[in-house]
Structures are given as structure tokens and as C-alpha cells.
Design a protein around this ligand. Sequence first.
Ligand code: ZN
Length: 234
Amino acid sequence: MHTTALVLFSGGQDSTTCLAHALERYERVETIAFDYRQRHHVELVARLEVLSQIRQQFPHWASKMGEDHLLDLAVLGSVSETSLTRDTAFKMEQSGLPNTFVPGRNLLFLTLAAAVAYRRDLQVIVTGVCETDFSGYPDCRDDTMKAMQLALSLGMDKRFLIETPLMWIDKAATWRLAHELGGRALVDLIVEHTHTCYLGERSVRHDWGYGCGHCPACELRARGWAQYVGAAAA
Ligand code: ZN
């Protein structure tokens, strides 16, 4: 029986939904994020605000929320050249992957998360990776997660469970899941406080939240929101 979890929590829509999922399910939940000199510090600020809002608005979850870990991963900026860490425009590469792809980034995140989970005695690692996402990052696929779960469990001689509540659902279903977990209040919190936009834009407010409105992350979020609201109205 699993009772404790560590959530990879970036402060976006997906990881906030994953956090709510873990808080509904487990007795003690800690959070972790990585600072790899993202172009936009706004993400790291947003995640603290989301944590604070959850504590205020969901007292039954607040009592389960434990330590929040922020690991410095500046080294990632020196090994990869992508539009998330360098000042280059977002585009799709010939490989079919967007240039936001940092090879192996998620493998590194999971390995470090497992090391923290080991030290903090947390059993489940929850991550918002998703195969239905447009990006198709190979280090977010289900097979990769299963392989990592095995590698980390063997390599640390401790049984870890990697849980991926969003793996097979689209963005509209992610909004629905948030509603199931925390009702309208959670959906509103996600709209208002989570950050997804690749350009770090938070000056324009749309129905679905803040963002530039035209980067791939904003488009995905807006499209999912439109489907979610449309289905709810129908
Ligand atoms: Zn955007």
C-alpha cells in the first residue's frame, strides 16, 4: 500500500493536476522542481504561488503537503542548446521534435527525483508526462517510464512506482480531471496561477489563463480549454 509521494511539480497545468491527484490519493506528498536557468524565471515564481494557493484554498490537502525541493541544474544549460535555455526561437527540428527538446532531460529529472524520494522515504514518483502531447518527447513515453521505474528500483535497491496520471489523456481531459479532483475552485486556480507559455508571457489574460496565445504550449492549452468548455456547455 503506497502512502507517500513525490510530485515533479513545475507549476504548469499538467503538474498541478498531478499534484491534486497525489493529494487526493496519498497521506504525505512532497514536491520537486529543477532550476536549469529556464529563460523564464516566471515558471519558478508561478509554482510557489500555486503551492501557496493550494494550501490556502484546500485545507484538507494542505495538511498532507510536505517539503518542496528545488534542485539547481544549471549544468543542463551547458550541455544543451535549446530554446528553453538559450535565446533562440521555437521551431520544429527535422527529427520531428521541437527545439525545446533537451536530450535525456526527463531521465535526469526522474533520477534526481528518485534520489530525493529515497532520502525522504517517498514511495511513488508522480509525473505529468503524456504520450498524447504534440511534442512526442521520447523521454516522456510510457515505455521509457516503465524502463526508468525498473532501472531506478534496481539501481537504488528500493521499489519505486512511477505514476503518470496524464499519460493517455489529452488537454481537455486534463481540465476535466482537475475538475473531478478539486471542482471549480481547482480549475480556477489552474487558470489563474499556473504557467505554461514558452515565452514567459503573463501580461495577457485569456479564458484559459495567461500566455502569449500563439506559442505551441499556449495553443495546446487554449485548444484543450475550448474543448473542455465546449463539452461542458453541450
Ligand atoms: Zn505562449
